[in-house]
Design a protein around this ligand. Structure first.
Ligand code: TYM
Length: 328
């Protein structure tokens, strides 16, 4: 059985982009894979976080994982910081990473652009992400398009380690959906939908009220013309909305085109609003139930315990190979 691993940062509200690009695939893959899904709090602190907010967001993301359909009986759902081996292997991976490799990361360039002071953690973040994956010798990593470059680095580091210290790590493969790997902003289809966008109208948060979801979609930017046709080069805004429709309804893009043939944007957006609400409303209900039940503490504790077992054995093997004097 192959191992799947992925993580989501508990910084700000999770969006429909996180759901379509990543979580939806987590749920699908858990059926026939050994899965580890993490709330990557050690990654979140690479930019300043308000402590009370970080704690609340971490609990919220954990509950959202389960509300989205991750079954804690099948999959491990845990906080990254509950498994201290992540930080330790992260350090070892940092020592194998070249500055030039980190300087080429587009996400670092985007996040540090125009800032006077940038934390060193933000710079070395991809080495920690590599450690997350390699600790469990994961085969398959479900992520959105924006993580592809980080995964390339992980593959490079795994290969470098294997070459220098003997074959040990599995070289992981990205698992990126064909439609929905890059859900774009509702006010500008040249930008990725992101929880850090200061305009809340640009994204749909997973916990937005149904009325807010409908309103945001009705206000989403559309291209000139009126035809509901998938053409990302010439009709980027409507194509983005069509991808969202396809992902929320289960219809293919061609089926979406057919369904709205001869109809105007207004009718399409109205149905899109309903399609998104029909996915998010039941998720929100499950979310509220899980938070009220207080069940997450037990799930996180059990999952972290299982994760620590695997992580500790990987870390010991890595340190042994690298030449650390092991405690007797
Ligand atoms: P993060 O927290 O920024 O995003 C979590 C996941 O959501 C995907 N995503 C999107 N997909 C489609 N369209 C969008 N607009 C969109 N926005 C976000 C991301 O691609 C990601 O899959 N570095 C990672 C977290 C991480 C990780 C890992 C992932 C840490 N360790 C190990 C996989 C394996 C991150 O910051 O994701």
């Amino acid at each position: 059985m192959k191992t799947v691993l992925s993580g989501i940062q508990p910084s700000g509200q999770l969006t429909l982009g996180n759901y379509i690009g990543a979580m939806k695939n987590f749920v699908k893959l858990q059926e026939d894979h050994r899965c580890h899904f993490m709330i990557v709090d050690l990654h979140a602190v690479t930019v300043p976080q308000e402590p009370a907010q970080l704690r609340e967001q971490s609990a919220a993301v954990a509950a959202l994982f389960v509300a989205a359909g991750i079954n804690p009986e099948k999959s491990n759902v845990f906080m990254q910081s509950h498994v201290p081996q992540h930080a330790e292997l992260g350090w070892l991976m940092t020592t194998l990473t070249n500055m030039g490799e980190l300087e080429r990361m587009t996400q670092f360039k985007d996040k540090s652009e125009g800032k006077d002071s940038v934390g060193a953690g933000l710079f070395v973040y991809p080495s920690l992400m590599a450690a997350d994956i390699l600790l469990y010798n994961a085969d398959l990593i479900p992520v959105g398009e924006d993580q592809k470059q980080h995964l390339e680095l992980t593959r490079g580091l795994a290969g470098r380690f294997n070459h220098r210290f003997g074959n040990y790590f599995t070289i992981p493969e990205p698992y990126i959906p064909e439609v929905g790997a890059r859900v774009m902003s509702l006010d500008d289809a040249s930008k990725k939908m992101s929880k850090s966008n200061p305009n809340p109208g640009s994204y749909i948060a997973l916990l937005d009220e149904p009325s807010v979801i409908r309103k945001k979609i009705s206000r989403a930017t559309t291209d000139s013309g009126s035809e509901v046709r998938y053409d990302p080069a010439n009709k980027p805004e409507i194509s983005n909305l069509m991808s969202i429709f396809s992902q929320c309804s289960g219809l293919s893009l061609t089926e979406v085109e057919k369904r709205f043939e001869g109809q105007m944007y207004g009718a399409f957006k109205k149905e899109l609003g309903e399609a998104v609400v029909s996915v998010l409303e039941p998720l929100q209900q499950r979310y509220r139930d899980i938070r009220e039940s207080g069940e997450m503490d037990r799930i996180l504790a059990q999952s972290a315990e299982r994760a620590r077992e695997t992580a500790a054995s990987t870390l010991a093997a890595v340190k042994e190979r690298m030449g650390f004097l092991m405690p007797k």
